[in-house]
Design a protein around this ligand. Structure first.
Ligand SMILES: [Ca+2]
Ligand SMILES: [Ca+2]
Length: 212
């Protein structure tokens, strides 16, 4: 009677169990690397947006020193075909005006989530695009000048994946008040607000030039 080769190991290669263990370890590793990598990107985008808002705030103060008032958060009448993104576009026009001699935001920050243009070029850029000043996720940064805190809502086109044609929608954004006291944040100054990584204004992850 010939012996039954039940427990004979294959001559070469791995058993099914060994292969499954290796695959399992690999899948853990890949998951760990992907989530860890995404966390790193998220942290970097947040730091980049905080830096932009910090620099913008400083440029707005310089503007005020030079011009005697903060940049308007409204567009001149008749300049744009819509009111979407108007405050961020107004800030863009102010800083990129050919007559302005102060420091300007980095052109790499510019986005145009509502894809509008002006009839003629009003800026130092070789473009008629009515840009907004964007955060690291490609969404426009909302700008409120304190004279207009009480004017009600702004409409901003923002969302996930920003300018990459992702899931964008028009959002109503208001100047922020302290939740406890009801006082305007940065009363007498201005507010800069990014929708943060979730692309939605008014949620916990928003980034602003004032404490929340
Ligand atoms: Ca625009
Ligand atoms: Ca948000």
């Amino acid at each position: 009677m010939s012996p039954v080769p039940a427990f004979r190991r294959p001559v070469s290669g791995f058993t099914l169990l060994e292969i499954m263990v290796v695959l399992l370890i690999l899948s853990f590793l890949v998951t760990f690397l992907i989530t860890g990598g995404m966390d790193i990107f998220r942290t970097a985008d947040r730091a980049e947006t905080e830096n932009r808002i910090h620099q913008l705030a400083s440029m707005i103060e310089t503007w005020r020193t030079r011009e005697g008032q903060y940049p308007d958060d409204r567009l001149p009448p008749g300049l744009a075909g819509n009111t979407v993104n108007a405050s961020s576009e107004a800030l863009f026009l102010a800083f990129f005006d050919p007559g302005y001699r102060g420091q300007r935001p980095d052109p790499d920050w510019l986005v145009n989530t509502d894809r509008d243009e002006t009839i003629k070029n009003h800026t130092i850029l070789d473009s008629r695009e009515l840009f907004e000043i964007g955060d690291a996720w490609g969404n426009p940064i909302a700008y409120f000048e304190s004279l207009h805190y009480t004017d009600g809502v702004q409409s901003l086109r923002a969302g996930v994946d920003g300018e990459e044609g992702g899931d964008l929608w028009e959002q109503e954004v208001r100047a922020r008040q302290d939740q406890r006291t009801g006082a305007w944040e940065n009363e007498g100054g201005f507010q800069l607000i990014s929708a943060g990584p979730d692309g939605a204004f008014g949620t916990e992850d928003d980034i602003a030039n004032f404490g929340r």
